[in-house]
Design a binder for this molecule. Sequence first.
Ligand SMILES: Cc1ccc(CCc2c3nc[nH]c3cc3c(=O)[nH]c(N)nc23)cc1
Ligand SMILES: [Zn+2]
Length: 371
Amino acid sequence: MLEYKLIKKSKDTKARVGEIKTNHGIIKTPVFMPVGTRATVKTMTPEEVKDLGAQIILSNTYHLFLRPGPEIIEKAGGLHKFMNWHGPILTDSGGFQVFSLSANRKITEEGVTFRSHIDGSKQFLSPEVSIDVQNSLGSDIIMAFDECAPYPATYEYIEHSMNRTTRWAKRCKDHHKNTDNQALFGIVQGGMYKDLRKKSAEDLVAMDFPGYAVGGLSVGEPKDIMVDILDYTTDFLPEDKPRYLMGVGTPDYLFEAVEHGIDMADCVLPTRIARNGTAMTSVGRVIAKNGKYKEDFTSLDENCDCYTCKNYTKAYIRHLFNVNEILAYRLLSIHNIYFLTKLMENIRNAILEDRFLEYKKEFYESYGYED
Ligand SMILES: Cc1ccc(CCc2c3nc[nH]c3cc3c(=O)[nH]c(N)nc23)cc1
Ligand SMILES: [Zn+2]
């Protein structure tokens, strides 16, 4: 059973500190969740991910549904055993990935038919199929099957899509039986229209989910619109349940999410930008693969005490990228995951010490963001 404990509310913002109790451990929030799409946080062993301070990882129904298929993971004893990660796992429901990855998909009231991006085979996902797959995976937190509408979209499209997503959420809730071991989160949609966001949130809260995600954002909208919609939406979510903002990216978005009442955020960036040679550091982004570091024997980030920053130089990391060595990806992934988990830990402490906004200002200045 999932329980959320609110520990401290910040006085001057909606930021808060809490704990989420799951069958696989307690998550201290606010939390950043590394993405492990195909049952691995790319290039990292689970022990390394744990040692870097990650508390919960994300995986993907869409990818695992296609390969290796839920039957194999169920036979393996579930995703925790299969990938040897024994902390909490959250899985997305697959709807978002169908629209961002597959070809000629077709939505009906029943569900979504699409062609696999792997072999072009005809596939079908629905609220019921998504719940069954997530049940086979055995993740601790599962997401309702939703449509993440594209941006921009007309009011009529968003209204129709949001109402169908609400009907799908009800079907997910009715179909989900394993409620003691898997907490089903509802996902608020409604595009960039405040009245639709309000209706979506109220309809989902009326169904009483153990947690809520704010979906339909980080889809290419300008930052000021995203923050405005996010701030408006969280006011309709219960204070005693966790809130998850789906798909945030860079550190500034993590600060904005926490400031507007979010407890959980996923982010593909740390491992994705690592693979193209970029590090998030205390003084902003460093393109470590850049030739200008050829003879720079300083550490990646002098304010970081991670394994990479303590043992290697920019020159060495640049060399590894230059000769396409796999260790390059690993060393940057280690640093980027550590950087974001440390950032969330610092944010959590700043809230506890009533200095969240000061810490945000300090970080923005050092990272090079304009506020
Ligand atoms: C492994 C994994 C990767 C990615 C995600 C989040 C993926 C994601 C979004 N990413 C950016 N914006 C997003 C919006 C939505 C959304 O509205 N609904 C869902 N189900 N997922 C979203 C979850 C798990
Ligand atoms: Zn580091």
